[in-house]
Write a protein that binds this ligand. Sequence first.
Ligand code: EPZ
Length: 426
Amino acid sequence: MKTKNRPRPFFRMEGGHSLCGTVKVQGSKNAALPVLAATLLMEDTCRILNCPNISDIECMKILLQEVGCLVKSCGHTCEVNATTVSETWFPKREMKKMRSSIILLGAMLARKKEAQVYYPGGCLLGERPIDLHLAALEKLGAKIVQEKDMLCASCKELKGCEIKFPFPSVGATQNVLLAAVTAVGETTIVHAAKEPEICVLCEFLKKAGADIEGYGTDVISIRGVKTLHGTSFQIPSDRIVAGTYLFGALGTGGHIVLENAPIEHMEKTLETIRQMGGTITCDEAKKTIELLSDRRPCNLERLETASYPGFPTDLQSSLLTTACVSEGKLVLKDTIFGQRFRIVEELERMGARISLQDGGCTIEGVKELAGRNVIARELRGGAALVEAGLIAEGITTVFDIGFVERGYEDIVRDYRSLGAKIEKGC
Ligand code: EPZ
């Protein structure tokens, strides 16, 4: 295999400086992806505003184009017209690039009564089955046959029913929503996910004519409608990107302001930062979050990630990184993705003291980290390694930054506007 001359882009930073400045938070990846998938159901053009320019969104646009949608992008606005949908097969290459490609299964089944998809890829966070998605779609009337790694689904019609999940799944709830909005009769989802991104999808579908109630609670009711119409919709800003920068500034010390911040969806994150010693001031009218971090943060004794409104698993790596240089000890458990600790090895090489346990780890805060060459292995872990580099004394280089670019529009631009000494190279 020829790999010798292939460029290997990296982020390089000089750490040990506090962050100071203002940054505008980008649109939410995990809200935009299902909204784009939902445009497959619409009879005419949808205009989606504030879409982040990231590789996962590009991948979703390609998947929509491959089945015949007309997709036009300009800046952060994306227009999708799905009246021209002709194919029901989604290409393997793009399906394998991200986990959320699987929600196209429910949308395409609703639209064309058949769909062919591949087992989705995405970040390696341990086992990520799709059994809940498939069982729910079958209950709605789909017949799903597996041929090697391809799933062929078809139905005469989708019929509303009660779907009772054993535990909440964001993606499976989205898949059912997409399949059920135009199904015959009423669907009830019990133990539905309550994440803000579920509410965003429901708001979008409702704006397009869907009849949905109860989102944001454990039980969602969907009364199927015959058709949905095109509409325009604004994607909210990204609560995980906002949290990433807050944990960064908590770790380096400093004074930052986030503009366009999704304050209402960050309660647990902001509470955690306050408990660790950060001073947070929110201005709901201006949509800003200000963080002043003027002393070494302190570790909470224990913290577990949980479904919304609990502490998000997607910020676990950022928290872990700040905890490495905070005073005291933290026992950290990820109850959603128990294997999401692939950065531990890299942080240890930078001088962190961490011991791994089943589904979690214990962090003993040290005074400082040291710059090293490190490798990103997944999206949020990669962003946390950038954070570690900004905290550490000396130079850090983060390789395999494609993972980070799946979810962060321009992490170099954003950290530079907070005064960081960081550059992208290859
Ligand atoms: C979504 O993934 C997010 N992705 C993830 O963000 C996020 O970490 C996760 O929700 C939890 O909040 C998108 O929105 C695109 P789940 P999803 O189904 O839908 C198990 C990021 O960094 N499960 O709610 O895949 C599963 O293994 C990404 O932006 C099954 O067992 O998550 C996990 O333990 C990464 N069977 C738990 O449920 C299934 O069929 C919750 O996963 C489905 C899930």
